[in-house]
Write a protein that binds this ligand. Structure first.
Ligand code: NAD
Length: 375
């Protein structure tokens, strides 16, 4: 019987856990022996006792590392915990982590990264952890914006007068952006969306929002449904065009990303100066390389210009750890079920899903996209 181990996350602030107790019976039914590192679930309010009741065994890190064939994580554990022949499943961000990928290959670990899943393949949709986590991040960004903004989102007529609805602009309308639009609309705001991929016009309108037309900005359809990086001239034109319009909005939520690149800067300091005092900007793309908003810092809220609050979002799925962990656990268990043959993982890079997600195997970096990104 193959052993599957759920590790305790090591990244500071990461409250998610890769498997929740509810998926344990499904894994044991697949013929797996499920081990969970002590306290792995506490950040998501799942005590060891809940895993034990579901049929897992809770053990210390050393026992888990020695006994399991499959290691299941959200973010990667330290590579020193892994040994040759083990299968690692998680969100490993391999394109941006050359040292990690090299260490996993050198240790003979078979690493599968869910961030490389082919997202338009219908049989892979139940495994799409990027989508489940981006949905949560977009929802949470809108809730955070409403919590930070000092007036009602909906139009309200009360005996104390009428409150106008808040005008919300969402920049970047992929999965997180559409989720933010839907949430802000459900809270009663008037919402406008903007993206450089032309197909997003209809997607924005179909969720009841307006589309912000910027005539001077080129369209930016890239590969695999993603955006392409704009040229320097296009980016400058976009920043200028946005700067003219951003002051019309009370709340701006930014979610723009280009795979393998630093996030495009959409909101400059000049644009922030053009916003009314009391306005709120939530930058979901804020990370170590910068974000969509000039000067935003992950996990920090700063007040700029004459009172514009800029929230650098950081790891929003971790702020909704129970919900995010449950969705993630279902995604990964679908991938595990796909990998197993007679209860053991069968690595086969001729399979379309595995060809995309298997990053290292048999001591080498086998994924050509990751190999070329790292070289
Ligand atoms: P993402 O996180 O890479 O980027 C978020 C958004 O930012 C994208 O919509 C992108 O176009 C936009 N963006 C990038 N540069 C920009 C700029 N300079 N200005 C404005 N916007 C900019 O994207 P994602 O949310 O992961 O989704 C990527 C694609 O994958 C989308 O086409 C989505 O529909 C598709 N997808 C399809 C499925 C499916 O078919 N089941 C599932 C998930 C995602």
């Amino acid at each position: 019987m193959a052993g599957l181990g759920v590790v305790k996350e090591s990244e500071p602030g990461e409250r998610r856990v890769a498997a929740v107790p509810a998926v344990v019976p499904r894994l044991t039914a697949l013929g797996l022996d499920v081990l969970v590192e002590h306290d792995a679930g506490v950040g998501a309010f799942h005590p060891d006792s809940a895993y034990a009741e579901a049929g897992a065994t809770c053990v210390d890190a050393r026992t888990l590392d020695a006994r399991v064939d499959i290691v299941w994580c959200v973010g990667p554990p330290p590579p020193e915990r892994l040994r040759a022949g083990q299968v690692l499943l998680g969100l490993l961000s391999p394109d941006g982590s050359p040292e990690l990928v090299a260490a996993l290959a050198a240790r003979g670990v078979t690493a599968l990264s869910l961030d490389r899943l082919p997202r338009t393949l219908s049989r892979a949709q139940s495994m799409d952890a990027l989508t489940s986590q981006a949905n949560i991040a977009g929802y949470k960004a809108a809730v955070l914006a409403a919590d930070t903004y000092g007036s009602y989102f909906p139009m309200l007529m009360t005996a104390a007068g009428t409150a106008k609805p808040t005008q919300v602009l969402v920049l970047g309308v992929g999965v997180a952006g559409l989720s933010a639009i839907g949430t802000a609309r459900r809270l009663g705001a008037v919402v406008t969306g903007y993206d450089i991929r032309p197909e997003t016009r209809d997607e924005v309108r179909s969720v009841g929002a307006r589309f912000l037309e910027l005539a001077v900005v080129a369209e930016g359809k890239g590969e695999g449904g993603y955006a392409r990086a704009l040229t320097d001239e296009e980016r400058a034109a976009q920043q200028e065009a946005l700067q003219e319009r951003i002051g019309d909005f009370d709340v701006v939520i930014t979610t723009a990303q280009v795979p393998g690149r630093r996030p495009p800067q959409l909101v400059t300091q000049e644009a922030l100066k053009g916003m009314r005092p009391g306005s709120v900007v939530v930058d979901l793309a804020a990370g170590p390389l910068g974000g969509n908003v000039e000067g935003s810092v992950p996990d920090r809220t700063i007040v700029v210009a004459d009172g514009v609050t800029v929230v650098g979002a950081g790891n929003l799925p971790a702020a909704m750890a129970p919900g995010a962990s449950a969705a993630y656990a279902r995604n990964v268990s679908a991938l595990v079920a796909h990998l197993l043959r007679e209860g053991v993982p069968a690595i086969d890079v001729a399979d379309e899903i595995q060809a995309a997600v298997v990053v290292t195997h048999d001591g080498a970096i086998v994924n050509p996209t990751v190999r070329s990104a790292l070289s």
